[in-house]
Design a protein around this ligand. Structure first.
Ligand code: AMP
Ligand code: GLY
Length: 425
């Protein structure tokens, strides 16, 4: 099959690597891809929101299946557009993508089906905000309703901050929407749970724990994710049953009832409090960097999974996983998630030798005259698999130390919850 993969992050390099392993794969084009995908596939630099240009590439390259990595084209309706043109595409439709694209849409479903989530109010003006502030204790979480490239959520410890952040959103700080969701702060342990979903069925697609804060000790501002590991031991059988029964099934039922069934990867972002799962967010795609730790553990041919999903035949496939654990640490540009320099060279990249259990997935990178340059905030993901998280992290840190890049930084404490001193896990 000829496959087109949309996106340019570490997630897409991991997907591309896995798709390439499949016997079913003939050619892969990445739109636009990154330096990592350029070595294993054909990168084509087209804007991922320019649907017409994507369609013409699909025709030129005789593409049999399109796989959409990031949320933006999904929320903008790429799947509906390509489906109308009779192209096979893996990813949710525009309506279902509102699970991520609109926090108020997601919260309304929670209310309708009693899905456990933080108490909330959808606010359209200052009056709504004040009313919620009067009834609830601080801290509170302010969330821009629409997509905000990971920058739409602020945890506020004071009333003034709630009002300031809310005003910015009402004034149009984020182009996607001028309304917001104000919600109570949930204190617990975060975990990400993944499914692959078709019209009638869903299958488990891994669990992981991400580290959102920029600094060691989970300090500093939120980022897209500084590192992750899989599986997430906090999600035991009992919690998993609750996630499916109380959260996932009612949501999928709602979409089916509206004749817009879900199809694609579903990312269930959770806060676990006293063994009870609360829905923090849905994402309509794989996580980044969670994908980079889940895919190395996948045994089953990914193209078979994607193909069966598109044809609504997920029930015909058994998805198998390796027993090994995995972890990734993200190498970022100094300054991220704030301002950072671009086009810095990672000097010795081409000389770095990796063992069989270590992978480097590229994110914000490009090759210029065989030199590897950083072009984003999150630049490389060093990933390893093995039997103990502490040994995996040791291997990753060893590799990271070999990379000669003064402009970069990374967290050394990824996996702190599962690597306790003197414990062999
Ligand atoms: P979201 O984009 O909704 O996932 O929010 C980004 C991050 O903010 C989450 O991964 C959590 O770390 C944090 N967060 C969001 N909502 C809450 C909440 N209600 N209580 C505590 N933390 C939250
Ligand atoms: N790592 C969080 C996300 O992909 O949204």
């Amino acid at each position: 099959m000829n496959i087109a993969l949309i996106g340019s992050g570490g997630r897409e390099h991991a997907l591309c690597t896995k798709i390439l392993e499949s016997k079913l794969t003939k050619n892969i084009i990445c739109i636009p891809g990154n330096a990592g995908t350029s070595r294993i596939a054909t990168n084509i630099d087209v804007n991922i929101n320019n649907f017409e240009e994507i369609f013409s590439l699909i025709k030129i390259y005789k593409i049999d299946l399109v796989v959409v990595g990031p949320e933006e084209p999904l929320v903008n309706g790429l799947v509906d557009y390509l489906t109308k043109k009779k192209i096979q595409v893996f990813g949710p439709n525009k309506f279902a993508s509102k699970l991520e694209g609109s926090k108020s849409f997601m919260k309304k479903i929670c209310k309708k089906y009693n899905i456990p989530t933080a108490d909330f109010k959808i606010c359209k003006n200052k009056r709504d905000v004040i009313a919620f502030l009067k009834k609830n204790k601080l801290p509170l979480v302010v969330k821009a309703d629409g997509l905000a490239a990971g920058k739409g959520v602020t945890i506020c410890k004071t009333k003034n901050k709630v009002i300031k952040i809310s005003n910015e959103i009402f004034k149009g700080k984020f182009k996607s929407s001028k309304s917001l969701v104000l919600e109570e702060f949930l204190k617990g342990e975060e975990a990400s749970y993944f499914l692959v979903v078709d019209k009638n069925n869903f299958k488990f697609f891994g669990s992981a724990q991400d580290h959102k804060r920029v600094g060691e000790g989970d300090k500093g501002p939120n980022t897209g994710g500084m590192g992750a590991y899989s599986p997430a031991p906090i999600i035991d059988k009992d919690i998993e049953e609750k996630i499916l029964k109380k959260i996932v099934k009612p949501t999928l039922h709602y979409l089916r009832k509206n004749k817009k069934p879900y199809k694609g990867f579903l990312y269930v972002g959770l806060m676990i409090i006293n063994k009870e799962p609360f829905l923090i967010e849905y994402n309509v795609r794989m996580g980044d960097p969670e994908c980079q730790v889940i895919l190395p553990r996948l045994k089953t041919d990914i193209v078979k999974i994607l193909k069966n999903c598109v044809k609504n035949k997920l029930d015909k496939i058994n998805i198998k996983w390796k027993k090994e654990k995995s972890m990734t640490i993200v190498l970022c540009s100094k300054g991220y998630p704030g301002k950072y320099k671009k086009n810095q060279e990672i000097i010795n990249f081409n000389e770095i030798k990796l063992n069989k259990k270590t992978y480097i997935y590229h994110a914000g990178t490009k090759f210029v005259n065989h030199k590897l340059l950083s072009i984003g905030g999150r630049v490389l993901n060093v990933t390893a698999v093995g039997s103990s998280f502490s040994n995996i992290r040791y291997q990753i840190l060893k590799t990271l130390r070999k990379i000669n890049w003064k402009g970069g930084f990374f967290r050394r404490d990824i996996g702190w919850r599962v690597i306790k001193k003197n414990e062999n896990n």
